[in-house]
Ligand binder design. Structure first.
Ligand code: 5GP
Ligand code: ZN
Length: 117
């Protein structure tokens, strides 16, 4: 069923506490934890506890949960005391997605040039 935990999903295992992570914030519906391979001084991943493969699938199935994810990205930035940050939602392996449980990257603390390339 949509949103149910997937046995082979790394981020479902982090939600379940089966894989350790440095959790920085948690709500009823989301978890935010530090990326294991940070690309910036602040690099936090925000995920819904429910499993959806990407942002569009999440928004189509549970729009309020998609809003929770984006709101939490802002809360992470506030907690990290950064005034500018970039939120990245990769979809598809061609775009660099390697974990197929939707996650928002929150990147901050270094120059974030635009366009990103
Ligand atoms: P993607 O490439 O799918 O957009 O992002 C996946 C992110 O998950 C990568 O930035 C990668 O460093 C991170 N990641 C992969 N495995 C783990 C892990 O076991 N723990 C944590 N905290 N991050 C992970
Ligand atoms: Zn999952």
């Amino acid at each position: 069923m949509a949103g149910e935990p997937q046995a082979d999903c790394l981020f479902c295992k982090i939600v379940a506490g089966e894989v350790p992570a440095t959790v920085v914030r948690q709500t009823e519906t989301t978890v935010a934890f530090r990326d294991i391979n940070p690309q910036a001084p602040t690099h936090v991943l925000v995920i819904p506890k429910a499993h959806y493969p990407n942002a569009a699938a999440l928004a189509a199935a549970e729009p309020r949960l998609a809003a929770d994810l984006l709101r939490e990205a802002g809360e992470v930035a506030a907690q990290e005391k950064v005034d500018a940050y970039r939120t990245v939602l990769n979809t598809g392996s061609g775009a660099g997605q390697t974990v197929f449980h939707v996650h928002a990257h929150v990147l901050a603390g270094r120059g974030l040039e635009w366009p990103p390339g």
